[in-house]
Design a protein around this ligand. Structure first.
Ligand SMILES: NC(=O)C1=CN([C@@H]2O[C@H](COP(=O)(O)OP(=O)(O)OC[C@H]3O[C@@H](n4cnc5c(N)ncnc54)[C@H](OP(=O)(O)O)[C@@H]3O)[C@@H](O)[C@H]2O)C=CC1
Ligand SMILES: O=C1OC[C@@H](O)[C@H](O)[C@H]1O
Length: 379
């Protein structure tokens, strides 16, 4: 997979955006035996995360069934999205021998329960982020999956976008970039109706740090190449009906190798407008080295637009990079993720996936964040 880093021409940009908005309908080769994927829950994220990406690779993955707690809800969802089958319960779907793999977009607090049940049924799982309610549960989950030799992998879709590799390549050139000293990352949203959402339920392991904060935390861990050792609260606004649920959180993480190394996280489900104005509306990560500073804008919607800007701290000169894979310019994070999942299940190429160590360490950093905020770990 070769990444084209040059800024694209106007015509390439037009073609990419056209293909993003009007994806080609691909024929399924008659010899293809795509993996049959089942979805546990008629979740809002499922169309973006697996249903649309599967249509880009019909020879690899087909969405075969959906189950919901209410069978009528599953049927309506299946009809809307052209899914051929429904199951009346999650258990029925998991235990259907026709189903090869399962996607779990359940509320966070149910991730452990349903992925262990899939493991018991021998079904590989693509599990939504964050993988569990806390780090201890994540450790138990991955140990269990490994003991049964069944793949469970977390759907940190940003990780699969080629921009991540490009950024790591730039900051990994220590002679040119210098030592990475500071990370700042933001995924700060204002979600409509969040009060009645799974994200506002402590019992379902909600909260901003869990939901949106897990992104900048996982970015920080990846780019600092060192695990944080503590987190200090900068800001924490909570839900008035349940103060265990953070709605807007800013944290400063510290690192053992050098007291000057810092990781700043901004995240929110209900970020105040004034703060959004200061932080910026678009998700970003900024990595400061002793010689250069890199800002990666939109690590999550890169097929529409992304920018990797690298500033020389001595001269002030800024260079811009893109990260498009030839022939896959219109692919989003979810398409790259599903492709990697397919490769892992069918060819054992698990090294492309988010590893269990990555998932556990990210949960540890989320827990550390809650300790820093003075809020209880999710259960
Ligand atoms: N990768 C990404 O970009 C994103 C990932 N996510 C993750 O996906 C997961 C689902 O998020 P999202 O799609 O927004 O969620 P939804 O609000 O759509 O809920 C997901 C499912 O949870 C079940 N559910 C809802 N309320 C309850 C409840 N009170 N008790 C038990 N189950 C309930 C429903 O299942 P049923 O249909 O069976 O009734 C529903 O389909 C989360 O883990 C989230 O972090 C979310 C958004 C983006
Ligand atoms: O994973 C997610 O990404 C986008 C956010 O708006 C959403 O709340 C979250 O679940």
């Amino acid at each position: 997979m070769s990444i084209n880093s040059a800024p694209p021409s106007w015509s390439a940009t037009f073609t990419r955006l056209h293909d993003v908005i009007f994806p080609s309908v691909l024929e399924v080769p008659s010899t293809a035996k795509p993996l049959k994927l089942g979805i546990l829950g008629a979740a809002k994220i499922a169309p973006a995360a697996v249903i649309k990406p599967a249509k880009l690779m019909p020879d690899k993955v087909t969405v075969y069934s959906v189950a919901a707690r209410d069978p009528a809800r599953a049927q309506a969802f299946a009809k809307k999205h052209g899914i051929p089958k429904t199951h009346n319960t999650y258990e029925e779907l998991i235990n259907d021998p026709e189903i090869d793999v399962v996607y779990i977009p359940a509320p966070n607090g149910l991730h452990y329960e349903w992925s262990t049940k899939c493991v018991d049924a021998g079904k590989p799982v693509l599990l939504e982020k964050p993988c569990a309610s806390n780090a201890e549960q994540a450790r138990q989950l991955f140990e269990y999956a490994e003991s049964k030799n069944v793949l469970v992998t977390e759907a940190y879709h940003w990780y699969f976008y080629p921009g991540r590799k490009k950024v790591q390549e730039i900051i990994g050139d220590v002679d040119s970039f210098g030592e990475v000293m500071r990370f700042e990352g933001s995924l700060s949203a204002r979600l409509k109706g969040v009060e009645t959402d799974i994200r506002s339920s402590f019992d379902l392991a909600g909260g901003a740090l869990m939901d949106t904060g897990c992104y900048p935390i996982s970015w920080m861990r990846t780019m600092m190449s060192e695990e944080p050792v503590s987190a200090k609260k900068l800001t924490c606004l909570t839900y008035d009906k349940d103060p265990r649920i953070d709605y807007f959180t800013q944290l400063e993480y510290s690192f053992a190798s050098n007291p000057d190394k810092k990781g700043i996280i901004h995240t929110g489900l209900k970020t105040p407008f004034t703060e959004l104005y200061k932080i910026g509306v678009l998700p970003f990560m900024k990595i400061t080295g002793t010689k250069k500073e890199l800002t990666y804008t939109l690590p999550v919607y890169g097929n529409f637009y992304h920018d990797i800007a690298v500033k020389d701290l001595e001269t002030g000169k800024v260079e811009h990079f893109k990260a498009y894979v030839q022939g896959r310019e219109a692919w989003n994070t979810y398409a790259f993720q599903l492709d990697a999942f397919y490769n892992a299940v069918t060819q054992g190429k698990a090294e492309e996936l988010v590893s269990k160590e990555f998932s556990i360490k990210t949960m540890e950093a989320i827990d550390m964040g809650y300790v820093g905020l003075g809020l209880p770990l999710r259960e």
